[in-house]
Write a protein that binds this ligand. Structure first.
Ligand SMILES: NC(=O)c1ccc[n+]([C@@H]2O[C@H](COP(=O)([O-])OP(=O)(O)OC[C@H]3O[C@@H](n4cnc5c(N)ncnc54)[C@H](O)[C@@H]3O)[C@@H](O)[C@H]2O)c1
Ligand SMILES: [Zn+2]
Length: 360
């Protein structure tokens, strides 16, 4: 078991990573000083695939499957259930699921009695390397993703590598793209070991996955600690997310998984960095090759350029015909550039869509 301490101005917690950690969840809760009543929040599909062993150990609230669960209706129902269970300020919510469960459960924990403890027990690779850490919680509102939310840090993150066995190949790969991001933005060693050790990662060899999750979690923890509320440094975590979000939104958040969109977004950032002479050709190519090692990204067929650019505008990333971008400088180092010409972004996204059509 690896322990990664997160030290923030007003909060401290541990991220623990390893196989079979949830078998002893009660012990980990106790060590973190957490007391009941507890409420496990999960989704039916996840609980059926990976959560049976938690049955009867804790009260359980199931929210609908999928992204649609990030709604005010779910929040109201959960608050109802918490009140019915007489949960007090001392009680603890346990989020057992991917980013969707983590975001909703974190949000109800943030607002119930002005805040109760939340433990994140992420069940997707994406949630283990990213969404369970950092305290961003929220729901979608009026069809806008994450429009309503709060910062609410977890009291403990338990990343159990055993849970990832039941993930589909596509969901698992989606997490690998997001994990690779950490190598590019901050850790050349991580990037190298990702590329050299891709086989055991693809076959989900528990030690290899555990090492990857620990390293990514440590980087996210360090960046979040330096910039809790995303004013500056934390923005480097958005590498691959400018074009990524645009493609995700243009596909109505259904065509692409988040990590896949980030995969495309990182290719776009590498190409834009190269066009602007910020990164060498060989490093830009190494980034693209590493993304390809994870597997073929799904086709962008049906995703249109115009809505993608519209989404960029909506993200407020465009100002005076220029786009705010995180660009690679090399492997392990990025820079935030406020003045990437919109035209270059347009051409890059257009080329990505075109290439993926011709690849069929
Ligand atoms: N708070 C943050 O900082 C942050 C960061 C990134 C993303 N997010 C949010 O996270 C969400 C995406 O998270 P995600 O990619 O984890 O998706 P998700 O939570 O929807 O889970 C993906 C799929 O995997 C299935 N699944 C999950 N765990 C499983 C398991 N162990 N075995 C079998 N199937 C399993 C789920 O049923 C679902 O179909 C989005 O809503 C996004 O906005 C939040
Ligand atoms: Zn992401």
């Amino acid at each position: 078991m690896q322990t990664i301490p997160v030290r923030l101005a007003h909060a401290e917690y541990d991220i623990i990573v390893g196989p079979d950690l949830l078998q002893n969840l009660e012990e980990h809760l106790k060590r973190a000083g957490l007391s009941g009543p507890f409420l496990v929040i999960s989704q039916p599909r996840i609980f059926k695939a990976a959560g049976q062993f938690l049955k009867k150990r804790f009260p359980l609230a199931l929210i609908p499957d999928g992204e649609r669960a990030k709604s005010m209706t779910t929040v109201t129902r959960l608050l109802d259930r918490m009140a019915a269970l007489n949960m007090t300020r001392q009680s603890t919510v346990i989020a057992f699921g991917g980013g969707v469960v983590g975001d909703v459960a974190g949000f109800v924990a943030a607002i119930y009695m002005r805040g109760v403890s939340v433990v994140q027990a992420p069940t997707t690779l994406l949630a283990q390397v990213d969404s369970s850490i950092g305290g961003k919680t929220g729901i979608n509102f009026r069809s806008v993703k994450n429009l309503v939310g709060a910062f609410h840090q977890p009291r403990l993150v338990v990343s159990d590598s055993t849970l990832l066995r039941t993930l589909s190949d596509r969901e698992y790969a989606s997490g690998l793209y997001e994990a690779l991001k950490y190598g590019v933005i901050r850790d050349a060693g991580l990037f190298e070991s990702f590329v050299d050790g891709i086989q055991p990662l693809l076959t989900r060899e528990p030690d290899a996955v555990g090492r990857l999750v620990s390293r990514c979690a440590a980087i996210k923890a360090e960046v979040v600690a330096a910039d809790e509320r995303e004013s500056n440094l934390r923005r480097i975590l958005n590498f691959g997310h400018t074009v990524g979000h645009a493609l995700e939104a243009a596909g109505n958040f259904r065509r692409l998984k988040h990590g896949e969109a980030v995969g495309y977004g990182m290719i776009a950032a590498a190409r834009i960095g190269l066009a602007l002479n910020r990164v060498s050709q060989s490093d830009a190519e190494r980034i693209e090759s590493a993304i390809a090692l994870i597997g073929r990204l799904p086709s962008l067929e049906g995703i249109k350029l115009r809505p993608a650019l519209h989404a960029l505008q909506h993200d407020k990333k465009i100002r005076d015909g220029a786009v705010h971008f995180v660009l690679p400088r090399g492997i392990g180092c990025v820079e935030i550039t406020p003045d990437v010409p919109l035209e270059l972004v347009r051409e890059t996204v257009k080329a990505l869509i075109h290439e993926s059509k011709n690849r069929r």
